[in-house]
Every structure is written in C-alpha cells, then in structure tokens.
Design a protein around this ligand. Structure first.
Ligand SMILES: [Zn+2]
Length: 175
C-alpha cells in the first residue's frame, strides 16, 4: 500500500497552493456592484497615495463616490471652457471632449456621450433608494458621476452623463 504517502503529498501540495494565493487587494464589494465593475485597472494606488495626489474634494468624489455641490466652482469654470478634452483627474485617461458637452442646466458638467466608450464603465447604484447608473473611470475606477437617459434632451443620444467637475481635468485644444 503506497497510497498513503501520495495522499499526504497531495494534501501538502493543496496546502501550499492555498496558502500561496494572495488575498484580493480590491476593496470589498458594495451592494451595487455588478458584472460591469471595472476589471482592467491601469492605475491602482493605495488610499494614502490617492490622498496625497488629490485635493480633499477630489478624493471625496473620485475615491468615496461623493457628489460636489451643484453650480460649484468647477461647474462655473466648465461653462466657460472652450474646445478641448476632459481627462480623469485621478489617472489622466481621456473621458469626454467639448464636442459631447451640452448645457443641461442641472448644475454639473453634462455630456451626451463619452469620448471613447471603453474609457468609462457603468454599474448600478442602489444608494439613495432608487436605482441609478454610476459612471466610473475605466483607468482607475474613480467615481465620476451618473448617467441618465430618455430625459428628452435634444442631443444625438438623449443621454446625460452628469459628471462632477472636480473629477475632470480640462486640456484646452491647441490653436
Ligand atoms: Zn481615472
């Protein structure tokens, strides 16, 4: 009978493979997490690194899914910005351009489409009671805002990407 040593060896290998596996470093899932949760994260930083890089308001919005107050400073600047592109304030990924910008009157920067669909990801957000669709940066998983559709805006998509101004970095187009 030489089955016993083999079983011991098998158990030992199983133990090694289990203990060598690293625990997931991602934050625990929130109730609203779905299959659409960003899986390809080009920029991953620790909480401390984000805090050091971002302003307190940017950190609250991007990393803690906060919402800036409507008609705030960032929105006032947004309204006066000309042609250019809007990048993630966390990782610099191109998110929107002035071509998709429109005035929805809601008090936050509004776009009817992302510049590149693959650069934003969405997931259902069950906070505040109802279901909303949260918009996140595909590059760093930062919270950007929410997207609403079918509101009757006269735009090519009738979608409103309602985005926090502090989550965006504006890059004016070169003249
Ligand atoms: Zn980002």
């Amino acid at each position: 009978m030489n089955r016993y040593p083999l079983t011991v060896l098998g158990l030992a290998l199983l133990w090694v493979s289990c203990t060598e596996r690293q625990p997931p470093t991602r934050e625990p899932s929130k109730p609203g997490d779905t299959e659409n949760t960003p899986t390809v994260m080009k920029t991953e930083k620790t909480d401390a690194e984000w805090k050091a890089q971002l302003s307190p308001e940017q950190y609250r919005v991007l990393r803690q899914a906060g919402t800036e107050r409507p008609h705030g400073e960032a929105y006032k600047e947004f309204k006066h910005q000309g042609g250019g592109s809007y990048h993630c304030a966390g990782c610099g990924l191109l998110l929107f351009t002035s071509k998709e910008k429109f005035d929805s009157g809601c008090g936050w920067p509004s776009f009817f489409d992302p510049a590149k669909a693959s650069n934003v990801v969405t997931r259902e957000d069950f906070s505040l009671g109802g279901v909303r669709t949260e918009v996140l940066c595909a590059g760093c998983g930062g919270h950007l805002g929410h997207v609403f559709s079918g509101e009757g805006f006269d735009t090519p998509t009738d979608q409103r990407y309602c985005i926090n101004g502090v989550a965006l970095k504006f890059v004016p187009e070169e003249k």
